[in-house]
Design a protein around this ligand. Structure first.
Ligand SMILES: *[C@@H]1O[C@H](CO)[C@@H](O)[C@H](O)[C@H]1NC(C)=O
Ligand SMILES: *[C@@H]1O[C@H](CO)[C@@H](O)[C@H](O)[C@H]1NC(C)=O
Ligand SMILES: *[C@@H]1O[C@H](CO)[C@@H](O)[C@H](O)[C@H]1NC(C)=O
Ligand SMILES: *[C@@H]1O[C@H](CO)[C@@H](O)[C@H](O)[C@H]1NC(C)=O
Ligand SMILES: *[C@@H]1O[C@H](CO)[C@@H](O)[C@H](O)[C@H]1NC(C)=O
Length: 276
């Protein structure tokens, strides 16, 4: 997937406003994650091999594995921004037709507040030696971004659910069973622009699914083993999110069709659409 530079710039600017540290194009060159190159190899007081810090070579190896993961994570976030615009559009179509706000951000049946995000890397209770700590910091950073990806995905999916709920629960059309009594409950202008983005076009179906394979290595050192496990789980998390985002795009396509079908229906006539 290649995103245009302006889109990336806009997204990064929008994101930086809310959360200055995440989704930097090159976070590993920035102050928060720079460094790690000047940690002395000698460590007084840690003679036990098991408890020794990872070697500089292992540290550099992990760094090389982790750095490229920033790009797919940012791409997932950018796709979600596009899908959010898309679901906003579908929601506006329905709100305009019914004259009612779509309720999507309320706890209740079908609206789970639980994020699907796997538990973020817990900050370790143990005091890590310097090189392991440095790699762990990179992992925490990338996992935090993945939390944002999952939360955003959950939000877009809730909006989709909210739209589907209105359609499904309005079997007599947008103005209900007694359309003569219908009054708009506010002003809901119809969306002026249709979403314009190639990933939304079915005839140019773009693959959104990553299939990144983690590089598997065996270590004797305890810290290296933990970092390896966390690295592998991060890669699985990125792959899993891309699959779910792709499925969400498919569901949003379907929801848009339901919405168009729904807003065109005559009111007062039973035409139930099952959109969920
Ligand atoms: C979707 O709508 C919300 C609420 O109006 C807005 O804050 C958000 O920026 C919109 N998303 C996009 C991608 O335009
Ligand atoms: C949705 O609801 C949650 C919890 O009630 C709130 O923190 C969040 O700001 C709301 N989001 C939007 C976009 O309204
Ligand atoms: C009408 O709008 C008001 C305020 O926006 C809201 O509190 C109320 O629940 C809405 N009524 C319906 C039937 O949607
Ligand atoms: C629906 O959109 C049209 C065009 O923007 C507008 O004239 C109409 O008032 C809207 N309906 C509602 C209920 O806001
Ligand atoms: C969609 O976006 C592309 C690139 O930004 C632009 O060239 C094109 O004119 C846009 N199409 C519409 C219908 O807005």
């Amino acid at each position: 997937m290649a995103f245009s530079a302006p889109l990336l710039a806009v997204a990064v600017a929008a994101l930086s406003a809310a959360e200055p540290v995440l989704f930097e194009p090159d976070p590993f060159a920035s102050a928060q994650l720079r460094g790690g190159d000047d940690i002395p190899e000698e460590e007084p007081g840690r003679s036990n091999k098991w408890l020794k810090d990872i070697s500089t070579r292992t540290k550099n190896h992990f760094k090389k594995l982790l750095q490229p993961l920033q790009s797919p994570i940012v791409q997932e976030y950018l796709v979600l921004i596009i899908l959010d615009g898309y679901v906003n559009y579908t929601m506006q179509l329905v709100e305009n037709a019914t004259g009612r706000e779509v309720v999507w951000n309320r706890t209740g049946r079908g609206l789970s507040l639980e994020s699907e995000a796997p538990r973020a890397l817990a900050s370790r209770k143990q005091e890590l030696p310097p090189r392991a700590r440095y790699i762990n910091r990179m992992l925490i950073y990338l996992n935090k971004e993945m939390d944002m990806v999952w939360n955003y995905k959950t939000m877009v999916d809730r909006k989709r659910w909210g739209v589907g709920n209105v359609i499904t629960s309005s079997p007599y059309g947008p103005h209900g069973e007694h359309p003569d009594r219908w009054r708009a409950n506010g002003s809901f202008p119809s969306p002026t622009v249709t979403p314009n983005s190639t990933i939304l076009l079915q005839d140019q179906k773009r693959n959104l699914v990553f299939d990144i394979k983690p590089e598997v290595d065996e270590y004797d050192n305890k810290y290296a083993q933990q970092l390896q496990a966390d690295y592998e789980s991060l890669v699985r998390n990125i792959d899993d999110a891309s699959q779910k985002i792709s499925n969400l795009r498919d569901r949003l396509w379907k929801m848009e069709s339901f919405a168009h079908e729904f807003v065109a229906l005559p009111s007062g006539v039973w035409n139930k659409i099952d959109a969920n």
